[in-house]
Design a protein around this ligand. Structure first.
Ligand SMILES: *[C@@H]1O[C@H](CO)[C@@H](O)[C@H](O)[C@H]1NC(C)=O
Ligand SMILES: *[C@@H]1O[C@H](CO)[C@@H](O)[C@H](O)[C@H]1NC(C)=O
Ligand SMILES: *[C@@H]1O[C@H](CO)[C@@H](O)[C@H](O)[C@H]1NC(C)=O
Ligand SMILES: *[C@@H]1O[C@H](CO)[C@@H](O)[C@H](O)[C@H]1NC(C)=O
Ligand SMILES: *[C@@H]1O[C@H](CO)[C@@H](O)[C@H](O)[C@H]1NC(C)=O
Ligand SMILES: *[C@@H]1O[C@H](CO)[C@@H](O)[C@H](O)[C@H]1NC(C)=O
Length: 352
């Protein structure tokens, strides 16, 4: 386990979350086996599924916030049926994988290197396909920039690539400024989630339950949500929400149990590394305009109000080979429209 560098209120709060770790997290996708692997000084956990016949290759899936490998329950069996070996890790801070009190462990370059250490052990010498949702997409964009030689292609769901939010820039611009000058008005929620004080607000099981209920779209009797792109969690509305209906009650309990076991501070840490990522990527910005050469598929969720179309209409300029296949769904498109998402993946993979 990582030893915190600073002894402070923040590390104390984080240490409490670490102690709550439980090794028997629920939520195993049928047809997969769970394995542990050491990478980047952490212990990672991943689900693995293998095709019936000889494998056509490996697909590595990165889930987002707050989530775990179970995010891919509708995709893993499908991708396996196409003939691929599928690996779905619990990302850092989630499920059976370690978390860390050191925010720099969550910097995107560091986590990309962790994933390279995983691949060198389980798919050595292979060019793989990465698929990703939400913050997993943020990591995939970083991985594809630092380690293109590991990639045949990659796809991302819900989260577009937009600078200066993600990717190399010469100038540092804080998210607060980008929200206040209306570059990213729908990213104001990130200001709440990057604040260390938010950890304490979601530190008990019932608070985790409330977060997930709001995050999965629970509504009040008069149709208001508890999570706003402009404000983040709306503490006055959360107690009034009825149960979400995005996932069935069994899966919802699996989420509550699993996310609660690790606590939410690790997940929030993904929102706290933007300055570190900018520093890591500055040498690339100085080298000139970075462009992805790896084939990429983006699946926008057109009803995700946090990620409006103006964030991705000009996305093609950053990719030499870009496919965009929108799905009419909310943020959790791969659960809401699994057949449609899978069909898009099937067609895209077939032409690679
Ligand atoms: C871990 O979680 C399981 C299932 O939720 C529970 O039965 C078990 O007692 C927990 N173990 C610890 C050490 O908390
Ligand atoms: C596996 O290979 C056999 C023999 O080539 C073939 O008949 C079968 O359809 C394949 N199964 C799958 C799931 O691809
Ligand atoms: C917001 O501020 C950034 C940094 O100063 C600048 O690059 C951008 O053009 C501004 N956007 C608007 C809409 O004012
Ligand atoms: C934490 O919760 C309190 C209400 O209980 C709220 O006033 C405060 O803004 C919250 N802090 C964050 C960072 O969300
Ligand atoms: C809402 O969910 C809770 C547990 O998550 C359950 O106990 C309760 O019965 C549900 N309420 C309704 C109206 O379904
Ligand atoms: C998406 O949003 C439109 C416009 O608000 C609405 O009519 C439609 O029902 C929504 N679709 C889904 C799948 O929620």
């Amino acid at each position: 386990m990582h030893v915190p560098r600073l002894f402070s209120w923040l590390t104390l709060a984080c240490a409490t979350a670490l102690a709550a770790n439980n090794e028997t997290a629920p939520g195993i996708i049928p047809g997969t086996t769970g394995q542990y692997i050491a990478a980047g000084g952490h212990r990672y956990y991943y689900l693995e599924a293998n095709p019936v016949n000889a494998s056509l290759g490996t697909i590595l899936l990165f889930h987002g916030f707050p989530d775990f490998s179970y995010a891919w329950r509708y995709q893993v069996p499908f991708l396996t049926s196409l003939g691929y070996r599928v690996i779905a890790p619990d990302m850092l801070g989630y499920g059976n994988t370690d978390t860390s009190c050191d925010v720099s462990d969550f910097a995107l370059k560091k986590m990309s290197t962790d994933m390279v250490e995983v691949l060198d052990q389980i798919a050595p010498g292979e060019k793989i396909i990465i698929g990703a949702h939400d913050w997993g997409a943020g990591l995939a964009y970083s991985f594809a920039m630092w380690y293109p030689e590991y990639l045949k292609a990659f796809f991302t769901i819900s989260i577009p690539y937009t600078r200066p939010w993600l990717g190399p820039s010469l100038e540092w611009i804080d998210m607060l400024d980008l929200v206040q000058n209306h570059t990213y008005p729908t990213m104001a929620y990130q200001l709440q989630w990057r604040d260390p004080a938010v950890n304490r607000n979601f530190s008990t099981k019932s608070q985790v339950r409330s977060f997930l209920n709001a995050g999965f779209g629970g509504l009040t009797e008069d149709g208001r949500g508890g999570l706003s792109p402009f404000e983040g969690m709306q503490y006055d509305i959360i107690p009034l929400l009825r149960n979400q209906t995005l996932v069935n009650p069994e899966d919802f309990e699996i989420y509550v149990e699993n996310i609660n076991q690790k606590g939410m501070s690790g997940g929030f840490n993904w929102y706290r590394t933007r300055r570190m990522n900018w520093e890591d990527e500055l040498p690339l910005a100085k080298r000139g305009d970075f462009k992805y050469r790896t084939p990429h598929l983006f699946i926008p969720a057109t009803n995700d109000s946090f990620m409006p179309p103006e964030l991705y209409t000009n996305m093609g300029q950053y990719f030499e080979s870009e496919t965009v296949e929108p799905v009419e769904a909310g943020h959790w498109a791969m659960w809401e429209k699994p057949d449609q998402v899978n069909e898009i993946l099937r067609r895209w993979i077939a032409q690679l």
